[in-house]
Ligand binder design. Structure first.
Ligand code: PLP
Length: 373
């Protein structure tokens, strides 16, 4: 017989998921109700309104895709793009590359702005791309590149993109509820995020939001969206509209969890939450540097909640990471792509962003005889 589920009590300090608040776990164990039950419809309305508050947007078309962050990415692209459309996509890590792959599958002509991993896409990079492709349908950027720990400035680029008559699409999976993000202020037209990073809810849902400008583009499509499940013209009536109609069955327990995690964010205050991530980051940074770690990203473009660091020379990162996990129950992330085997990605996201987490990690390293400073 298979044994009862009994996972170790891990401390999650990787690139996601982060530790969930007990209140969120408790919400998940609330008895199921039908997804068209009027009580559940109210819950969906509340979630939608809390997502608007935390995105800092009045966008009407704001809802939650019933699948993880990557599905939010795909929702934005398959709905906004039609075969033959030209797009500009910034690539400075894994997730920009994923956006380009999806856009190509939509039949779009993709102009890639590729810069070294760990750096950001500059306003000048976008200017140059617009010289080659002056009328793109959209420009897509990753706000917080989780594969490198770089924070992409958006405000100035937003003006440039709109002056060219294009839409600005943003991946906010790792920035949402962890660093400053203002959808309306920054004039972002399409945005998606995930639940398992700074929200500290289980993975599996993707809040998204579209500006009126983006909605016009959706309404003027000439071709059918290639994906049935992600087609906004069908799913939007499930999350809004006067009459709720069956589209798919929402993951009821996950929506409970998301609702509770959003309540926790709003209780703390969104700006207070951004500040907490900065403060804890400063403490972690000092302690890591004292142990000989070095940051990958230049200080002004560093994400506070995803710390990409080179280990002090002479350390076997994979060995240390496995000792951290198996002996100390602490998970940190390894590097991806060119940085595989070279860096750690230390997440302090949401509930995992406390001084206790920092102290547990640092004490474990100090205690570990295999770690060489
Ligand atoms: C985690 C992440 C995603 C994908 O989210 P999943 O929930 O893993 O599908 C997309 N973009 C960025 C920047 C991420 O960090």
């Amino acid at each position: 017989m298979y044994k009862e589920l009994n996972t170790s009590n891990r401390i999650l300090m990787g690139p996601g998921p982060s530790d969930a608040h007990p209140r969120v776990l408790k919400a998940m164990s609330t008895p199921l109700i039908g997804h068209l039950d009027p009580e559940f419809v109210t819950i969906m309305d509340e979630v939608k309104s809390m997502v608007q508050e935390t995105f800092i947007t009045k966008n009407h078309l704001t809802f939650v895709v019933s699948a993880p962050g990557s599905a939010g990415m795909e929702t934005c692209l398959v709905n906004l793009l039609e075969p033959g459309d030209e797009v500009i996509i910034g690539i400075n890590g894994v997730f920009g590359g994923r956006m380009a792959d999806i856009a190509e599958r939509c039949g779009a002509k993709v102009h890639k702005v590729v810069v070294p991993w760990g750096t950001i896409i500059s306003t000048n990079d976008i200017k140059k791309a617009l010289d080659i492709c002056p009328k793109p349908k959209l420009v897509a950027l990753v706000h917080a590149e989780t594969s490198t720990g770089a924070l992409q400035p958006l405000k100035e680029i937003s003006n440039l993109v709109h002056n060219a008559g294009a839409l600005l699409m943003v991946d906010a999976v790792t920035s949402y509820c962890g660093v400053e993000l203002k959808v309306d202020d920054w004039d972002i037209d399409a945005i998606y995020t995930g639940t398992q990073k700074n929200l500290s809810a289980p993975p599996g849902l993707s809040p998204v939001s579209f500006s009126d400008r983006a909605v016009k583009v959706l309404e003027n499509r000439k071709t059918k969206v290639q994906s049935w499940f992600l087609d906004l013209s069908l799913v939007k009536n499930y999350w809004g509209g006067a009459k709720r109609a069956y589209h798919h069955t929402a993951p009821v327990s996950s929506v409970y969890a998301l609702r509770e995690s959003l309540r926790i964010v709003l209780e703390e205050g969104i700006e207070e939450r951004w500040e907490r991530h900065q403060k804890v980051h400063q403490v972690l940074k000092t302690k890591l540097e004292n142990l000989g770690f070095e940051y990958l990203v230049e200080e002004q473009y560093r994400l506070p909640n995803l710390n990409s660091v080179f280990l002090p020379e002479g350390n076997d990162e994979a060995l240390l990471r496995s000792i951290l996990l198996n002996k100390y129950n602490i998970e940190v992330g390894g590097g991806l792509g060119d940085f595989a085997g070279k860096i750690w990605r230390i997440g302090i996201m949401g509930e995992s962003c406390t001084l206790n987490h920092v102290n547990m990690l640092i004490s474990a390293l100090e205690d570990m005889k295999e770690f060489k400073r």
